[in-house]
Design a protein around this ligand. Structure first.
Ligand code: NAP
Ligand code: MG
Length: 495
């Protein structure tokens, strides 16, 4: 095994790391049919953490067959009993939270404090919230124009759901999909990102321990091609729930269109505007703007990467941001003090670096940061750019790294126009003491979530999803259940 950082790891973490990592199909650990594996890397060191099974098409077929066979009984299980199993799973996740947080930090790089106080508690909050819907999924009676016809609707599950998720919040993304999918009576195939497969595999063991029946949850590790693509093209998969890049989201829709018209929900990238008006509480706004973009080393879909500042406050904000950002500690996730961990992979580091180079060439002014730190791991100093030209790549494209772009605005119309000038529409923030202005902006901006005098809060009860090319479908809240069910209308002749 590779060298781990100085840290008092849970014995379960060490045991898990040294055990074989197979595929989880029908509540059993199985080797991939063609014996292939891939490596998952510790982004803080660049070293291999573990060898993981690589699911090929035949393995996808086997998992889908298991999930399909498990579906009728799971869908017919009394809703409260389904919920009870999910509550049991939540309890087990809580009991193993330290280990799961350590695996997230090892695999993804995020600070352990964030994994254990942010990701993990939120995972179980979400699961419990969704499980609570199980026995509240109701249909309705419909007053039709025919006499002697009684018409009612039922909300029924879809069948086998494929969940394809990214690496920024590995376990959380898994539960965002698993929670509502299972609550509503679907069975699941989970494909974690190839960069961060570990917590999903650990979760599989807890699924079995919770007593969730065989075939209801299957975990297939492997890359987008072939594992994800085979799921997206499968004739027996009823839906793909996807979080990731807009490009891959498009490919998934294409695969759905060419196969069985499976349902697709997409939570994609963003290039979210965050606005500071001159009347805002400046300390809160600058701090808020800083964390809006640099949490998780900027690898968040909602990152407030485009910071719009009212002209009269611009210099103060740029300087305040620079000072705050230069104080941020870049280090590995288990360090005593760390604000910004490594980027998830070498590929991600070089993608982000190329955006920085291009930004400079395109005339944006680098205020601070942007250089690689150290050699083994994939660390980068948080970067702040000042810019005016909205058309440059740095400002239009999702970078998914620690890069903020700050600009000044002069008028309301300019602000709204520029806020909405990317293909994305996931989130937005606005900082002002003027309540009316805050709501006016919240209504004018094309975004699925808007935060007023805050940034980044997400809650299991609050619907979440994108406008425009940030995707469609709303996860969380009751709307998440709608994403995993379909309506059946039943006509009864009462004559
Ligand atoms: P990605 O390629 O979209 O990956 C997301 C998931 O889709 C992963 O599990 C990936 O597998 C899988 N996948 C890739 N190609 C596929 C295909 N043809 N069919 C089915 N599944 C497929 O994202 P990424 O490469 O990890 O990151 C690239 C960029 O995406 C980031 O820089 C960022 O801009 C964006 N992103 C957005 C979010 C978000 O939360 N909205 C999250 C992550 C990334 P493998 O990765 O295992 O191959
Ligand atoms: Mg990794």
């Amino acid at each position: 095994m590779t060298k781990l950082p100085e840290y008092n790891f849970q014995p379960a973490t060490l045991k898990f790391l040294s055990a074989p990592k197979q595929l989880f199909i029908n509540n059993e650990w199985v080797a991939p049919k063609d014996g292939k594996t891939f490596e998952t890397i510790n982004p803080a060191t660049g070293q291999v953490l573990a060898e993981v099974a690589l699911a090929g098409e035949a393995d996808v077929d086997a998992a889908v067959a298991a999930a399909k066979a498990a579906f009728p009984a799971w869908a017919a299980t009394i809703a409260a009993d389904r919920a009870a199993l999910l509550f049991k799973l939540a309890d087990l996740i809580d009991a193993h939270a330290d280990t799961l947080a350590e695996l997230e930090t090892l695999d993804n790089g995020k600070p352990i404090r964030v994994a254990s106080r942010g990701d993990l508690p939120y995972v179980t909050k979400h699961l419990r919230y969704q499980a609570g819907w199980a026995d509240k999924i109701e249909g309705s009676t419909v007053p039709v124009t025919f006499p002697n016809q009684f018409v009612y609707t039922r909300r029924e599950p879809l069948g086998v759901v494929g969940a394809i998720i990214p690496w920024n919040f590995p376990l959380l993304m898994a539960i965002w999909k698993l929670g509502p999918a299972l609550t509503a009576g679907n069975t699941l195939i989970l494909k974690p990102a190839e960069q961060t497969p570990l917590s999903a595999l650990y979760l599989a063991e807890l699924v079995r321990e919770a007593g969730i029946p065989a075939g209801v949850v299957n975990v297939l590790t492997g890359p987008g091609e072939p594992t994800g693509a085979a799921l997206a093209a499968h004739m027996d998969v009823a839906k793909i729930a996807f979080t990731g890049s807009t490009a891959v989201g498009g490919r998934i829709m294409e695969a759905a269109a060419k196969s069985n018209l499976k349902r697709v929900s997409l939570e994609l990238g963003g290039k979210s505007p965050n606005v500071i008006f001159a009347d805002a509480d400046m300390n809160a706004a600058i701090r808020g703007a800083q964390w809006a973009v640099f949490s998780t080393a900027g690898q968040e879909c909602v990152a407030g990467t485009r910071l719009f500042v009212e002209r009269s406050a611009y210099d103060q904000v740029v300087e305040g941001l620079r000072l705050n950002v230069e104080r941020m500690v870049v280090d590995h996730g288990f360090a005593e003090k760390v604000h910004v961990g490594p980027l998830v992979s070498e590929q991600q580091l070089s993608r982000v670096s190329s955006y920085i180079d291009e930004g400079k060439k395109a005339g944006a002014q680098l205020v601070t940061g942007g250089e690689r730190v150290g050699e083994g791991g994939y660390f980068m100093k948080p970067a702040v750019f000042a810019y005016q030209d909205d058309s440059i790549k740095l400002v239009q494209e999702e970078i998914f790294g620690p890069v903020a772009a700050v600009t000044a605005f002069d008028s309301w119309d300019e602000l709204v126009e520029r806020s909405n000038s990317t293909m994305y529409g996931l989130a937005a923030g606005v900082w002002t003491k003027d309540v009316g202005k805050a709501h006016r902006y919240a209504h004018a901006v094309q975004a699925g979530t808007v935060w007023i005098n805050g940034y980044g809060m997400i809650d299991p009860a609050a619907p979440f999803g994108g406008y425009k090319m940030s995707g469609f479908g709303r996860e969380m809240g009751k709307e998440a259940i709608d994403l995993y069910t379909q309506v059946k209308t039943v006509w009864v002749n009462t004559q």
